[in-house]
Design a binder for this molecule. Structure first.
Ligand code: SF4
Length: 317
């Protein structure tokens, strides 16, 4: 069961005496905006929907916030406390019995999940401990709110992990692949909805092979630029400027480009041979096929410059 808990914000809207509310929702759920707007309109609120892209809690529509009493940011856990922004959680429910059937060779395991699945990890931990596992469920940096929660830009719940292996609960391969590169430990992925259980291994090799191909292509290119996003939770201008200095010391000139949404269309007129992306790391990892030139992470750029040897995932702590 998937649940967007709209009821949860009603008391706070009343307490704040809000009249006009803004609604910001991730692209994948925008098809539900009509029903969501109706829910609030039927309770007397004036509703304005954000049409901008919404990548995560790092991406709050501050323009819309100026024109409404309260902005509802849907389906992400908060990264920042911003006055007049309320977060509406989105949970995926799943049975705990399914954790009786998975067998993990290692006895000490760290539990992680994306936000939609992480709310139930304390109960998953209990099931696994009853079965004799020693389970680590740690709190990460301020960017992640729930124990065991990982983001595409944050694996701090695994920092200094003493576990022998990691169990990722959820769908998709991106987070478990990131966890494996981050910890260098064995990582299992288990989706409690369809019961799919696997060790993540070959996907990591594929991922790294593609990333090193991008680095090699960028080495050949003469002109490059470093991208900075103006989004509140993605902006790393300081890092971009440091990389520019580092590049200059190594004989490479790069410009710094500042923009809101990082998309191929926004970059197509610049004609650089490669980019270094300091915005959301997933732009480098997931959108690589959309760009005609390499789009490296800061760590990959350091490998290109010869100041880093080991591959590391990009993280915004
Ligand atoms: S920076 Fe990217 S991975 Fe991190 S919260 Fe934002 S959208 Fe998610």
């Amino acid at each position: 069961m998937r649940k967007l808990d709209l009821e949860s914000v009603l008391p706070e809207l009343q307490r704040r005496k809000a009249k006009r509310i803004g609604i910001q929702i991730p692209d994948g759920l925008k098809y539900r905006c009509e029903k969501i707007a109706e829910f609030f309109e039927s309770r007397g609120y004036e509703v304005v929907i954000s049409g901008s892209a919404c990548y995560g809690a790092c991406d709050v529509d501050l323009d819309l916030l100026r024109d409404v009493d309260v902005l509802l940011h849907l389906a992400h856990t908060p990264i920042f406390d911003i006055d007049r922004v309320l977060y509406v959680p989105y949970y995926i429910d799943y049975d705990l019995e399914v954790f009786e059937d998975i067998d993990i060779e290692e006895k000490r395991i760290a539990l992680i999940a994306s936000a939609q699945y992480a709310w139930k990890l304390p109960q998953v931990k209990e099931v696994l401990e009853r079965r004799g596992y020693e389970v680590e469920l740690k709190t990460g940096s301020k960017r992640v709110k729930m124990p065991g929660q990982v983001l595409g830009c944050n694996y701090t719940v695994l920092r200094n992990s003493k576990a022998e292996a990691v169990l990722f609960v959820g769908d998709g391969l991106f987070h478990p692949v990131g966890a494996k590169i981050y910890t260098k430990k064995k990582v299992y992925r288990f989706c409690p909805l369809d019961g799919e259980f696997e060790e993540v291994e070959r996907d990591v090799e594929d991922f790294l092979r593609k990333r090193y191909v991008s680095i090699s292509k960028a080495i050949e290119a003469e002109r490059g630029a470093i991208i900075v996003s103006s989004k509140i939770g993605q902006k790393r201008l300081g890092l971009a400027l440091k990389l520019k200095v580092l590049a200059k010391e190594r004989g490479r000139n790069v410009e710094v480009i500042y923009l809101d949404d990082v998309t191929p269309q926004r970059l197509e007129n610049f004609l650089y041979g490669y980019y270094v992306n300091t915005a959301c790391p997933r732009i480098s990892y997931d959108d690589v096929e959309l760009y005609s030139v390499p789009i490296l992470t800061p760590q990959e750029f350091e490998i290109l410059l010869g100041v880093r040897k080991d591959y590391e995932v990009d993280e915004i702590p």
